[in-house]
Design a binder for this molecule. Structure first.
Ligand SMILES: [Zn+2]
Length: 382
């Protein structure tokens, strides 16, 4: 099964997965005072998580380490979830840091970010309204700070900016917009709260009997009120793969419903009863009609749009004659590195988004970043 537009890594920020149109990090939008209360001020308000180093943890192995959404982040403290009062206790503790999700957005600021031009999440102390909201115990930072996600109201408009009173400007951004410039801890907080909230939003009823389910275990389980069955957050694996021919040309394709010029590598959902490698071979055969071999793992990252994990591979083929599935592919072609660079420069090919593993897979083949490949070489500058 091919990826839907909703899940596609190459769906840009204008995709229907964003409930509102995108706000670029520099675009002016209305001040928060016009659409709601200004951010709280006080000793616990407006903290940013990025000042704290990410927790030491497993780093994704393979040729694509440090993917934007797969960096070391929270200690998930799964043992704490089983305490029935844990969320009430955390939401009564002013030291708890709360990430309030509105729609698919969190508030970010350029102040206090760790890194040039970076962003940091704006986290706050618990509010009296929080216990009535869907709350999720996300985990703890390296200093023991507890992070709780709450699902707030949908945003009123496409962005509520507010001057920080200092150097930073606050904005409500989606993960696709902010993920690349957040620090590791913040990116993990955003990815986790979004993935969990997406699951809750679509699993209000028991798949066995249809009765209402209610959150338990600090937001990590839903239990059926009628038959007591427990239901866990789901993650849907999808494979995404570079395919190169004997001349080391890369196969790029444009999905059936993608705009002109948007090209990526192929991808698709893993089916029941199938290994990841078998899914790679099947998807390539279905979409462009060629057989691949030498399927090698590259890396993976969560992809909560709404609930995927993307597992990246590189594959080879000896077949170059493409037969497209018209239901899934609008066009596909082989490109040399020189042709790909030229297409980036003349704008005839646009790359997948910055946080996507697709972009990193293409760069792995290209041997440089897309940004450097798109730049005019020094020798050709006028
Ligand atoms: Zn039930």
């Amino acid at each position: 099964m091919a990826l839907t537009d909703e899940t596609s890594e190459t769906t840009d920020t204008t995709s229907p997965t964003s409930p509102t149109s995108p706000t670029s990090p520099t675009s002016p939008t209305s001040p928060a005072s016009a659409t709601g209360p200004a951010p709280a001020v006080g000793s616990h308000a407006g903290d940013t998580a990025s000042g704290i180093a990410a927790a030491p943890g497993p780093v994704a192995a393979g040729p694509l380490p440090h993917l934007a959404l797969a960096r070391p982040s929270l200690d998930r403290v799964a043992d704490e979830r089983r305490r029935p009062d844990v969320l009430a206790a955390l939401l009564a503790d002013p030291a708890t840091r709360v990430a309030e999700l509105r729609g698919d957005r969190l508030e970010v600021t350029s102040e206090g970010a760790d890194g040039d031009g970076g962003l940091a999440l704006v986290l706050r102390a618990p509010e009296p309204a929080d216990p009535a909201r869907l709350a999720l115990h996300l985990g703890r930072g390296p200093d023991g700070t507890a992070y709780v996600g709450v699902v707030g109201d949908e945003p009123d408009d496409e962005g509520e900016d507010a001057a920080d009173g200092g150097a930073g400007v606050r904005r409500w951004l989606a993960l696709r917009q902010a993920g690349e410039t957040l620090g590791p801890l913040d990116a993990g907080i955003f990815t986790t709260v979004l993935a969990l909230a997406n699951w809750h939003a679509t699993h209000a009823h028991c798949p066995r009997c249809g009765s209402v389910t209610t959150p338990t275990q600090a937001g990590w389980v839903r239990r059926c009120e009628r038959d007591g069955t427990e239901h866990y957050p789901r993650t849907d694996p999808a494979v995404i793969m570079s395919v190169v021919d004997p001349d080391d040309r890369l196969l790029i394709g444009r999905g059936a419903h993608w705009p002109e010029g948007r090209f990526s590598v192929l991808a698709g959902f893993v089916e029941p009863g199938e290994s990841f490698e078998a899914a790679v071979a099947r998807e390539v055969a279905e979409e462009v009609g060629i057989a691949v071999h030498d399927v090698r793992y590259l890396g993976n990252q969560p992809w909560p749009f709404p609930s995927s994990a993307m597992i990246g591979f590189a594959a080879r083929t000896t077949e170059t004659e493409l037969t497209l599935d018209p239901l899934e592919m609008a066009e596909a072609r082989w490109v040399t590195r020189a042709e790909y660079r030229a297409a980036l420069r003349d704008g005839s090919v646009r790359t997948p988004s910055g946080i996507s593993i697709a972009k990193r897979i293409i760069e792995h083949w290209l041997g440089e970043t897309v940004e450097s490949a798109a730049a005019v070489p020094d020798g050709r500058r006028h």
